[in-house]
Design a binder for this molecule. Structure first.
Ligand code: AHR
Length: 524
Protein backbone atom coordinates (compact mmCIF):
# COMPACT_ATOMS: atom_id res chain seq x y z
CA UNK A 1 0.00 0.00 0.00
CA UNK A 2 1.45 3.37 -0.93
CA UNK A 3 2.54 5.52 2.00
CA UNK A 4 0.62 8.62 0.86
CA UNK A 5 -2.68 6.71 1.13
CA UNK A 6 -2.33 6.04 4.84
CA UNK A 7 -3.73 9.40 6.16
CA UNK A 8 -6.81 9.00 3.91
CA UNK A 9 -7.41 5.49 5.27
CA UNK A 10 -7.09 6.77 8.82
CA UNK A 11 -9.67 9.46 8.04
CA UNK A 12 -12.11 6.89 6.60
CA UNK A 13 -11.63 4.66 9.67
CA UNK A 14 -12.26 7.62 11.96
CA UNK A 15 -15.40 8.49 10.02
CA UNK A 16 -16.69 4.89 10.23
CA UNK A 17 -16.01 4.83 13.97
CA UNK A 18 -17.88 8.13 14.40
CA UNK A 19 -20.87 6.79 12.44
CA UNK A 20 -20.87 3.62 14.60
CA UNK A 21 -20.77 5.63 17.84
CA UNK A 22 -23.40 8.07 16.59
CA UNK A 23 -25.64 5.16 15.57
CA UNK A 24 -25.38 3.49 18.95
CA UNK A 25 -26.14 6.81 20.66
CA UNK A 26 -29.36 7.19 18.59
CA UNK A 27 -28.27 10.13 16.39
CA UNK A 28 -30.48 11.56 13.64
CA UNK A 29 -31.89 8.92 11.31
CA UNK A 30 -32.34 10.31 7.78
CA UNK A 31 -35.38 8.10 7.21
CA UNK A 32 -37.51 9.61 9.98
CA UNK A 33 -38.23 12.79 11.89
CA UNK A 34 -39.30 13.30 15.50
CA UNK A 35 -42.38 15.43 16.20
CA UNK A 36 -43.91 16.43 19.54
CA UNK A 37 -47.59 17.36 19.90
CA UNK A 38 -49.47 18.56 22.98
CA UNK A 39 -53.27 18.61 22.83
CA UNK A 40 -54.68 21.25 25.15
CA UNK A 41 -57.96 19.61 26.07
CA UNK A 42 -58.40 22.10 28.90
CA UNK A 43 -58.66 25.06 26.47
CA UNK A 44 -61.71 24.37 24.26
CA UNK A 45 -62.22 26.75 21.37
CA UNK A 46 -65.14 27.30 18.98
CA UNK A 47 -67.33 24.58 17.51
CA UNK A 48 -66.27 23.44 14.04
CA UNK A 49 -69.41 23.96 11.97
CA UNK A 50 -70.25 20.71 10.11
CA UNK A 51 -70.76 22.86 7.00
CA UNK A 52 -66.98 23.23 6.80
CA UNK A 53 -67.24 19.82 5.09
CA UNK A 54 -69.59 21.14 2.39
CA UNK A 55 -69.49 20.36 -1.31
CA UNK A 56 -70.06 22.18 -4.59
CA UNK A 57 -71.90 20.62 -7.55
CA UNK A 58 -72.01 22.76 -10.69
CA UNK A 59 -73.50 22.14 -14.11
CA UNK A 60 -70.01 21.64 -15.48
CA UNK A 61 -68.59 18.79 -17.55
CA UNK A 62 -69.88 15.47 -16.21
CA UNK A 63 -70.36 16.73 -12.67
CA UNK A 64 -74.16 16.57 -12.74
CA UNK A 65 -75.00 14.81 -16.00
CA UNK A 66 -73.36 11.35 -15.89
CA UNK A 67 -71.87 12.02 -12.44
CA UNK A 68 -75.10 12.27 -10.44
CA UNK A 69 -77.94 12.18 -12.94
CA UNK A 70 -78.24 9.59 -15.70
CA UNK A 71 -82.02 9.65 -16.19
CA UNK A 72 -84.55 6.89 -15.46
CA UNK A 73 -83.99 5.19 -18.83
CA UNK A 74 -80.24 4.78 -18.36
CA UNK A 75 -78.65 1.32 -18.32
CA UNK A 76 -76.54 2.58 -15.41
CA UNK A 77 -78.14 1.39 -12.15
CA UNK A 78 -80.27 4.26 -10.90
CA UNK A 79 -83.17 5.24 -8.72
CA UNK A 80 -85.49 7.73 -10.41
CA UNK A 81 -82.56 8.82 -12.62
CA UNK A 82 -79.89 9.22 -9.89
CA UNK A 83 -76.87 6.87 -9.95
CA UNK A 84 -77.19 4.32 -7.15
CA UNK A 85 -73.42 4.00 -6.66
CA UNK A 86 -72.83 7.75 -6.35
CA UNK A 87 -75.80 8.31 -4.03
CA UNK A 88 -74.62 5.49 -1.76
CA UNK A 89 -71.07 6.85 -1.61
CA UNK A 90 -72.24 10.40 -0.88
CA UNK A 91 -74.59 9.23 1.88
CA UNK A 92 -71.64 7.55 3.58
CA UNK A 93 -69.77 10.87 3.51
CA UNK A 94 -72.32 12.74 5.71
CA UNK A 95 -72.28 15.68 3.30
CA UNK A 96 -73.64 18.60 5.35
CA UNK A 97 -74.44 21.04 2.52
CA UNK A 98 -74.26 21.19 -1.29
CA UNK A 99 -73.92 24.38 -3.31
CA UNK A 100 -75.74 24.39 -6.69
CA UNK A 101 -76.09 25.19 -9.66
CA UNK A 102 -72.80 27.16 -9.98
CA UNK A 103 -70.21 28.72 -10.07
CA UNK A 104 -70.05 30.67 -13.25
CA UNK A 105 -73.00 28.62 -14.50
CA UNK A 106 -75.26 30.18 -11.84
CA UNK A 107 -75.10 33.63 -13.40
CA UNK A 108 -76.43 32.28 -16.68
CA UNK A 109 -79.00 29.96 -15.13
CA UNK A 110 -82.69 30.77 -15.38
CA UNK A 111 -84.58 28.57 -12.97
CA UNK A 112 -87.76 28.41 -15.07
CA UNK A 113 -85.81 26.46 -17.71
CA UNK A 114 -85.47 23.61 -15.21
CA UNK A 115 -89.04 23.01 -14.04
CA UNK A 116 -92.06 21.23 -15.49
CA UNK A 117 -92.13 18.30 -17.88
CA UNK A 118 -88.56 17.32 -18.75
CA UNK A 119 -89.39 16.72 -22.40
CA UNK A 120 -90.51 20.31 -22.76
CA UNK A 121 -87.60 22.02 -21.04
CA UNK A 122 -85.53 24.27 -23.30
CA UNK A 123 -82.07 23.16 -24.37
CA UNK A 124 -79.52 25.90 -23.75
CA UNK A 125 -75.77 26.11 -24.31
CA UNK A 126 -73.43 25.90 -21.34
CA UNK A 127 -71.29 28.76 -22.60
CA UNK A 128 -68.86 28.73 -19.67
CA UNK A 129 -68.06 25.07 -19.69
CA UNK A 130 -67.31 23.51 -23.06
CA UNK A 131 -70.16 25.08 -25.06
CA UNK A 132 -72.13 21.84 -24.74
CA UNK A 133 -75.93 21.52 -24.68
CA UNK A 134 -77.55 22.05 -21.30
CA UNK A 135 -80.76 20.03 -21.44
CA UNK A 136 -82.11 21.38 -18.16
CA UNK A 137 -83.15 17.83 -17.29
CA UNK A 138 -81.68 18.42 -13.87
CA UNK A 139 -83.46 21.41 -12.37
CA UNK A 140 -84.79 22.59 -9.03
CA UNK A 141 -86.95 19.51 -8.30
CA UNK A 142 -84.15 17.14 -9.29
CA UNK A 143 -81.59 18.97 -7.15
CA UNK A 144 -83.86 19.14 -4.13
CA UNK A 145 -84.64 15.43 -4.40
CA UNK A 146 -80.91 14.68 -4.73
CA UNK A 147 -80.29 16.66 -1.53
CA UNK A 148 -83.00 14.68 0.26
CA UNK A 149 -81.56 11.39 -1.01
CA UNK A 150 -78.09 12.08 0.38
CA UNK A 151 -79.42 13.89 3.46
CA UNK A 152 -77.82 17.28 2.98
CA UNK A 153 -78.73 20.95 3.38
CA UNK A 154 -78.99 23.10 0.25
CA UNK A 155 -77.11 26.22 -0.78
CA UNK A 156 -78.69 27.78 -3.87
CA UNK A 157 -76.65 30.24 -5.95
CA UNK A 158 -78.85 32.93 -7.46
CA UNK A 159 -78.31 34.69 -10.77
CA UNK A 160 -77.21 38.32 -10.47
CA UNK A 161 -75.06 38.56 -13.61
CA UNK A 162 -77.82 37.99 -16.16
CA UNK A 163 -80.90 37.73 -13.96
CA UNK A 164 -83.08 40.20 -12.13
CA UNK A 165 -84.32 40.76 -8.57
CA UNK A 166 -87.77 39.65 -9.75
CA UNK A 167 -86.45 36.36 -11.14
CA UNK A 168 -84.60 35.67 -7.90
CA UNK A 169 -87.62 36.56 -5.77
CA UNK A 170 -89.86 34.30 -7.86
CA UNK A 171 -87.48 31.36 -7.49
CA UNK A 172 -87.47 31.76 -3.72
CA UNK A 173 -91.27 31.96 -3.68
CA UNK A 174 -91.55 28.89 -5.90
CA UNK A 175 -89.30 26.89 -3.59
CA UNK A 176 -90.42 28.04 -0.16
CA UNK A 177 -93.97 29.39 -0.25
CA UNK A 178 -96.64 27.53 1.72
CA UNK A 179 -99.41 29.83 0.46
CA UNK A 180 -101.85 29.39 -2.42
CA UNK A 181 -99.87 31.76 -4.63
CA UNK A 182 -99.68 30.96 -8.32
CA UNK A 183 -95.98 30.12 -7.99
CA UNK A 184 -96.53 27.82 -4.99
CA UNK A 185 -99.33 26.08 -6.88
CA UNK A 186 -97.10 25.70 -9.91
CA UNK A 187 -94.60 23.88 -7.68
CA UNK A 188 -97.41 21.64 -6.46
CA UNK A 189 -98.53 20.96 -10.02
CA UNK A 190 -94.94 19.97 -10.80
CA UNK A 191 -95.02 17.34 -8.09
CA UNK A 192 -93.92 18.97 -4.85
CA UNK A 193 -96.69 19.67 -2.36
CA UNK A 194 -94.62 20.86 0.62
CA UNK A 195 -92.30 23.84 0.35
CA UNK A 196 -88.60 23.06 0.48
CA UNK A 197 -86.24 24.42 3.06
CA UNK A 198 -83.57 26.60 1.42
CA UNK A 199 -80.83 26.81 4.01
CA UNK A 200 -78.42 29.14 2.21
CA UNK A 201 -78.88 31.51 -0.72
CA UNK A 202 -76.00 33.14 -2.62
CA UNK A 203 -76.51 36.52 -4.29
CA UNK A 204 -74.36 35.91 -7.37
CA UNK A 205 -70.98 34.22 -7.81
CA UNK A 206 -67.55 35.74 -8.52
CA UNK A 207 -69.21 39.04 -9.36
CA UNK A 208 -65.67 40.40 -9.89
CA UNK A 209 -65.36 38.00 -12.87
CA UNK A 210 -67.72 35.58 -14.62
CA UNK A 211 -70.59 36.82 -12.47
CA UNK A 212 -70.66 40.26 -14.09
CA UNK A 213 -67.18 41.84 -13.91
CA UNK A 214 -68.34 44.33 -11.29
CA UNK A 215 -66.53 46.59 -8.90
CA UNK A 216 -67.08 45.75 -5.22
CA UNK A 217 -68.84 49.09 -4.68
CA UNK A 218 -71.29 48.44 -7.52
CA UNK A 219 -71.93 44.90 -6.31
CA UNK A 220 -72.46 46.07 -2.71
CA UNK A 221 -75.41 48.15 -3.94
CA UNK A 222 -76.74 45.27 -6.04
CA UNK A 223 -76.47 42.96 -3.04
CA UNK A 224 -78.57 45.38 -0.99
CA UNK A 225 -81.17 45.50 -3.75
CA UNK A 226 -81.35 41.75 -4.54
CA UNK A 227 -81.21 40.61 -0.90
CA UNK A 228 -84.23 42.79 -0.12
CA UNK A 229 -86.40 40.54 -2.28
CA UNK A 230 -85.05 37.14 -1.21
CA UNK A 231 -88.01 36.27 1.00
CA UNK A 232 -89.19 33.11 2.72
CA UNK A 233 -91.92 32.26 5.23
CA UNK A 234 -91.25 33.38 8.80
CA UNK A 235 -88.66 31.16 10.47
CA UNK A 236 -87.46 29.77 7.13
CA UNK A 237 -85.29 32.58 5.87
CA UNK A 238 -82.08 31.20 4.38
CA UNK A 239 -78.70 32.56 5.35
CA UNK A 240 -77.89 35.10 2.65
CA UNK A 241 -74.37 34.95 1.20
CA UNK A 242 -72.66 37.86 -0.52
CA UNK A 243 -70.25 37.10 -3.35
CA UNK A 244 -66.81 38.08 -2.08
CA UNK A 245 -63.24 38.11 -3.23
CA UNK A 246 -60.57 35.55 -3.96
CA UNK A 247 -56.98 34.56 -3.27
CA UNK A 248 -55.08 37.16 -1.21
CA UNK A 249 -57.73 39.85 -1.71
CA UNK A 250 -59.44 41.61 1.20
CA UNK A 251 -61.04 44.51 -0.70
CA UNK A 252 -64.36 42.74 -1.22
CA UNK A 253 -64.69 41.95 2.48
CA UNK A 254 -63.74 45.56 3.29
CA UNK A 255 -66.21 47.14 0.86
CA UNK A 256 -69.04 44.75 1.68
CA UNK A 257 -68.75 45.11 5.45
CA UNK A 258 -68.48 48.90 5.08
CA UNK A 259 -71.50 49.28 2.79
CA UNK A 260 -73.93 46.50 3.65
CA UNK A 261 -75.58 46.77 7.04
CA UNK A 262 -78.37 44.20 6.86
CA UNK A 263 -79.31 40.88 5.23
CA UNK A 264 -75.69 39.75 4.81
CA UNK A 265 -75.09 36.59 6.86
CA UNK A 266 -71.84 35.62 5.18
CA UNK A 267 -69.26 36.70 2.61
CA UNK A 268 -67.89 34.05 0.25
CA UNK A 269 -64.26 33.68 -0.80
CA UNK A 270 -62.58 31.47 -3.43
CA UNK A 271 -59.09 30.07 -3.50
CA UNK A 272 -57.77 27.41 -5.88
CA UNK A 273 -54.43 25.65 -5.40
CA UNK A 274 -52.14 25.08 -8.37
CA UNK A 275 -48.71 23.44 -8.27
CA UNK A 276 -46.94 26.21 -10.19
CA UNK A 277 -48.96 29.23 -9.16
CA UNK A 278 -49.08 30.12 -12.87
CA UNK A 279 -52.62 29.99 -14.24
CA UNK A 280 -51.54 29.41 -17.87
CA UNK A 281 -49.57 26.28 -16.91
CA UNK A 282 -50.83 25.05 -13.58
CA UNK A 283 -49.04 21.69 -13.49
CA UNK A 284 -50.32 18.18 -14.07
CA UNK A 285 -52.43 15.97 -11.86
CA UNK A 286 -50.20 12.92 -12.47
CA UNK A 287 -46.51 12.25 -13.03
CA UNK A 288 -45.33 15.41 -11.32
CA UNK A 289 -41.87 15.96 -9.77
CA UNK A 290 -41.29 16.28 -6.01
CA UNK A 291 -40.85 20.01 -6.55
CA UNK A 292 -44.54 20.22 -7.52
CA UNK A 293 -45.49 18.08 -4.55
CA UNK A 294 -43.99 20.53 -2.08
CA UNK A 295 -45.04 23.64 -4.06
CA UNK A 296 -48.66 22.44 -4.12
CA UNK A 297 -48.68 21.89 -0.36
CA UNK A 298 -47.00 25.24 0.22
CA UNK A 299 -49.47 27.04 -2.06
CA UNK A 300 -52.52 25.43 -0.50
CA UNK A 301 -51.43 26.51 2.98
CA UNK A 302 -51.40 30.16 1.85
CA UNK A 303 -55.13 30.11 2.50
CA UNK A 304 -54.30 30.37 6.21
CA UNK A 305 -52.91 33.87 5.70
CA UNK A 306 -55.70 34.82 3.27
CA UNK A 307 -58.35 33.86 5.82
CA UNK A 308 -56.47 35.62 8.63
CA UNK A 309 -56.32 38.87 6.64
CA UNK A 310 -60.01 38.73 5.81
CA UNK A 311 -60.84 37.93 9.44
CA UNK A 312 -59.00 41.09 10.48
CA UNK A 313 -61.27 43.11 8.17
CA UNK A 314 -64.37 41.40 9.51
CA UNK A 315 -63.26 41.84 13.13
CA UNK A 316 -62.74 45.57 12.46
CA UNK A 317 -66.05 46.20 10.68
CA UNK A 318 -68.20 43.49 12.27
CA UNK A 319 -66.93 43.23 15.82
CA UNK A 320 -70.08 41.40 16.92
CA UNK A 321 -69.25 38.52 14.58
CA UNK A 322 -72.55 38.55 12.68
CA UNK A 323 -71.01 37.99 9.26
CA UNK A 324 -69.45 34.58 8.61
CA UNK A 325 -66.71 33.85 6.07
CA UNK A 326 -67.54 31.03 3.65
CA UNK A 327 -64.76 29.56 1.50
CA UNK A 328 -67.36 28.30 -0.94
CA UNK A 329 -64.88 27.20 -3.61
CA UNK A 330 -61.51 25.63 -2.82
CA UNK A 331 -59.32 22.77 -3.96
CA UNK A 332 -56.73 21.87 -6.57
CA UNK A 333 -56.89 22.91 -10.21
CA UNK A 334 -54.51 21.26 -12.69
CA UNK A 335 -53.88 21.40 -16.43
CA UNK A 336 -56.59 19.69 -18.50
CA UNK A 337 -55.98 15.97 -19.00
CA UNK A 338 -54.79 14.99 -22.49
CA UNK A 339 -57.66 13.83 -24.70
CA UNK A 340 -60.40 15.36 -22.54
CA UNK A 341 -62.50 18.45 -23.18
CA UNK A 342 -60.56 21.23 -21.39
CA UNK A 343 -63.79 23.01 -20.46
CA UNK A 344 -64.94 20.00 -18.41
CA UNK A 345 -62.22 20.45 -15.76
CA UNK A 346 -61.82 16.69 -15.28
CA UNK A 347 -58.64 15.77 -13.42
CA UNK A 348 -57.22 12.76 -11.65
CA UNK A 349 -57.00 12.91 -7.90
CA UNK A 350 -53.98 11.55 -6.07
CA UNK A 351 -52.43 11.18 -2.67
CA UNK A 352 -51.25 14.80 -3.10
CA UNK A 353 -54.91 15.91 -3.25
CA UNK A 354 -55.57 13.94 -0.06
CA UNK A 355 -52.87 15.94 1.72
CA UNK A 356 -54.28 19.17 0.29
CA UNK A 357 -57.68 18.26 1.77
CA UNK A 358 -56.21 17.40 5.17
CA UNK A 359 -54.15 20.61 5.33
CA UNK A 360 -57.14 22.76 4.37
CA UNK A 361 -59.33 21.13 7.02
CA UNK A 362 -56.66 21.67 9.68
CA UNK A 363 -56.54 25.35 8.67
CA UNK A 364 -60.33 25.75 8.51
CA UNK A 365 -60.58 24.29 12.04
CA UNK A 366 -58.22 26.95 13.34
CA UNK A 367 -60.50 29.62 11.87
CA UNK A 368 -63.73 27.96 13.06
CA UNK A 369 -64.99 31.18 14.64
CA UNK A 370 -65.56 32.91 11.25
CA UNK A 371 -65.16 30.08 8.75
CA UNK A 372 -68.54 28.46 9.14
CA UNK A 373 -68.85 26.89 5.72
CA UNK A 374 -66.55 25.70 2.96
CA UNK A 375 -67.41 23.91 -0.28
CA UNK A 376 -64.79 21.91 -2.10
CA UNK A 377 -64.79 22.26 -5.88
CA UNK A 378 -66.27 19.94 -6.83
CA UNK A 379 -68.29 16.85 -5.93
CA UNK A 380 -68.10 14.45 -8.90
CA UNK A 381 -65.83 14.37 -12.01
CA UNK A 382 -64.80 18.05 -11.75
CA UNK A 383 -61.58 19.47 -10.25
CA UNK A 384 -60.74 17.99 -6.80
CA UNK A 385 -63.63 15.55 -6.88
CA UNK A 386 -64.79 13.01 -4.32
CA UNK A 387 -65.86 10.57 -7.00
CA UNK A 388 -64.81 9.82 -10.59
CA UNK A 389 -67.14 7.93 -12.89
CA UNK A 390 -66.66 6.24 -16.23
CA UNK A 391 -69.84 4.82 -17.72
CA UNK A 392 -71.32 2.45 -15.15
CA UNK A 393 -68.12 2.34 -13.08
CA UNK A 394 -67.04 4.58 -10.24
CA UNK A 395 -63.94 5.20 -8.12
CA UNK A 396 -63.69 6.98 -4.79
CA UNK A 397 -60.75 9.37 -4.79
CA UNK A 398 -58.12 9.83 -2.06
CA UNK A 399 -59.90 13.13 -1.32
CA UNK A 400 -63.12 11.20 -0.64
CA UNK A 401 -61.29 9.07 1.91
CA UNK A 402 -59.96 12.13 3.72
CA UNK A 403 -63.45 13.66 3.90
CA UNK A 404 -64.68 10.41 5.41
CA UNK A 405 -61.79 10.12 7.87
CA UNK A 406 -62.46 13.68 9.09
CA UNK A 407 -66.18 13.10 9.81
CA UNK A 408 -65.54 13.18 13.61
CA UNK A 409 -64.56 16.85 13.21
CA UNK A 410 -68.06 17.80 12.04
CA UNK A 411 -69.58 19.70 14.97
CA UNK A 412 -66.55 18.99 17.19
CA UNK A 413 -65.04 21.55 19.57
CA UNK A 414 -61.69 22.85 18.42
CA UNK A 415 -58.74 22.25 20.76
CA UNK A 416 -55.45 24.13 20.45
CA UNK A 417 -52.18 22.21 20.08
CA UNK A 418 -48.48 22.88 20.57
CA UNK A 419 -46.37 21.28 17.86
CA UNK A 420 -42.60 20.92 17.58
CA UNK A 421 -41.71 19.72 14.12
CA UNK A 422 -38.72 19.96 11.80
CA UNK A 423 -39.14 21.47 8.33
CA UNK A 424 -39.34 19.51 5.11
CA UNK A 425 -37.36 21.43 2.52
CA UNK A 426 -36.79 21.19 -1.20
CA UNK A 427 -35.26 23.90 -3.38
CA UNK A 428 -36.83 27.25 -2.54
CA UNK A 429 -39.69 25.60 -0.60
CA UNK A 430 -39.90 24.83 3.07
CA UNK A 431 -42.96 23.55 4.96
CA UNK A 432 -43.47 21.97 8.36
CA UNK A 433 -43.00 18.20 8.24
CA UNK A 434 -46.16 17.49 10.19
CA UNK A 435 -49.34 19.57 10.43
CA UNK A 436 -52.04 18.72 12.96
CA UNK A 437 -55.46 19.68 14.25
CA UNK A 438 -57.29 18.48 17.37
CA UNK A 439 -60.85 18.62 18.64
CA UNK A 440 -63.30 17.02 21.04
CA UNK A 441 -65.93 15.27 18.95
CA UNK A 442 -69.67 15.28 19.67
CA UNK A 443 -69.32 11.94 21.47
CA UNK A 444 -66.74 13.48 23.84
CA UNK A 445 -63.63 11.76 22.43
CA UNK A 446 -60.45 13.61 21.53
CA UNK A 447 -59.60 13.44 17.82
CA UNK A 448 -56.28 14.32 16.27
CA UNK A 449 -55.70 14.77 12.54
CA UNK A 450 -52.13 14.58 11.29
CA UNK A 451 -50.61 15.26 7.88
CA UNK A 452 -47.05 14.13 7.15
CA UNK A 453 -46.03 16.42 4.29
CA UNK A 454 -42.61 14.83 3.84
CA UNK A 455 -42.79 12.24 1.04
CA UNK A 456 -39.56 10.57 2.13
CA UNK A 457 -39.49 10.41 5.92
CA UNK A 458 -41.64 8.69 8.49
CA UNK A 459 -42.68 10.94 11.39
CA UNK A 460 -42.50 9.55 14.89
CA UNK A 461 -45.15 11.69 16.61
CA UNK A 462 -45.21 11.75 20.41
CA UNK A 463 -48.47 13.20 21.71
CA UNK A 464 -49.23 14.39 25.20
CA UNK A 465 -52.70 15.39 26.37
CA UNK A 466 -53.31 18.13 28.91
CA UNK A 467 -56.67 18.22 30.66
CA UNK A 468 -58.02 14.79 29.76
CA UNK A 469 -57.37 11.14 30.59
CA UNK A 470 -56.98 8.81 27.64
CA UNK A 471 -56.66 5.01 27.57
CA UNK A 472 -55.77 4.37 23.95
CA UNK A 473 -55.48 5.91 20.51
CA UNK A 474 -56.33 4.39 17.17
CA UNK A 475 -57.67 5.45 13.81
CA UNK A 476 -57.01 5.32 10.08
CA UNK A 477 -54.18 6.46 7.86
CA UNK A 478 -54.11 7.12 4.12
CA UNK A 479 -50.81 6.69 2.30
CA UNK A 480 -49.22 4.95 -0.65
CA UNK A 481 -45.90 4.25 -2.30
CA UNK A 482 -45.93 7.11 -4.80
CA UNK A 483 -46.82 10.79 -4.63
CA UNK A 484 -49.32 10.46 -7.46
CA UNK A 485 -50.94 7.21 -6.29
CA UNK A 486 -54.59 7.27 -7.31
CA UNK A 487 -57.69 5.19 -7.85
CA UNK A 488 -59.22 4.40 -11.21
CA UNK A 489 -62.49 2.68 -12.06
CA UNK A 490 -60.45 -0.44 -12.89
CA UNK A 491 -58.29 -0.24 -9.76
CA UNK A 492 -60.61 1.55 -7.33
CA UNK A 493 -58.84 0.44 -4.15
CA UNK A 494 -55.24 1.32 -4.95
CA UNK A 495 -55.36 4.08 -2.32
CA UNK A 496 -57.52 3.44 0.71
CA UNK A 497 -57.24 4.00 4.45
CA UNK A 498 -55.74 1.37 6.75
CA UNK A 499 -55.65 1.02 10.53
CA UNK A 500 -53.13 2.90 12.68
CA UNK A 501 -52.69 2.97 16.44
CA UNK A 502 -50.48 4.68 18.97
CA UNK A 503 -48.35 3.01 21.66
CA UNK A 504 -48.06 4.39 25.16
CA UNK A 505 -44.57 5.41 26.28
CA UNK A 506 -43.74 7.51 29.31
CA UNK A 507 -47.28 8.81 29.73
CA UNK A 508 -47.47 9.91 26.06
CA UNK A 509 -48.75 8.37 22.86
CA UNK A 510 -46.32 7.48 20.07
CA UNK A 511 -47.61 7.21 16.53
CA UNK A 512 -45.50 6.24 13.53
CA UNK A 513 -46.84 8.30 10.66
CA UNK A 514 -45.73 7.02 7.25
CA UNK A 515 -44.17 9.44 4.73
CA UNK A 516 -46.77 11.36 2.66
CA UNK A 517 -49.79 10.47 4.71
CA UNK A 518 -52.95 11.75 6.37
CA UNK A 519 -54.21 10.16 9.59
CA UNK A 520 -57.12 10.75 11.94
CA UNK A 521 -56.79 9.18 15.38
CA UNK A 522 -59.36 9.02 18.16
CA UNK A 523 -58.21 8.96 21.79
CA UNK A 524 -60.50 6.98 24.06
O1 AHR B 1 -65.26 25.59 -9.99
C1 AHR B 1 -65.05 26.05 -11.29
C2 AHR B 1 -65.25 27.54 -11.43
O2 AHR B 1 -64.27 28.21 -10.71
C3 AHR B 1 -66.53 28.11 -10.91
O3 AHR B 1 -67.59 28.00 -11.79
C4 AHR B 1 -66.19 29.55 -10.69
O4 AHR B 1 -66.94 30.15 -9.66
C5 AHR B 1 -64.70 29.51 -10.40
O5 AHR B 1 -64.01 30.43 -11.14
Amino acid sequence: MAKENRPRLRAVALLLACVAIAGSAGAADASKVEVAVTIKADQPGPVINPNVYGQFAEHLGTGIYEGVWVGEKSTIANTDGYRNDVIKALKALHVPVVRWPGGCFADEYHWRDGIGSREKRPVKVNTHWGGVPETNEFGTHEFMKFAEMIGTKVYISGNVGSGSPQEMADWMEYMTSNTVSTLANERRKNGREQPWEVHFFGIGNETWGCGGNMTPEYYANLFRQYATYVKAPRGHRPKIVASGGNDAGTTWAEVLTSNVHRDMDAISHHYYTTPTGVWANKGNSLGFPEKEWISTLKHTMQIDEYITNNEKVLDKNDSQGKVAFYVDEWGTWYNPEPGREPGFLYQQNTLRDALVAGLNFNIFHRHARRVQMTNIAQMVNVLQAMILTDGPKMALTPTYHVFQMYIPFQGATFLPTDVTTPEYQLGEYSVESVNVSAARDVAGNLVLALVNLDPNREAVVTTGVVGAQVKGASGRVLTSGTMDAHNTVDAPEAVKPTAISAKKAGGKWVLRLPPKSVAVVTFQ
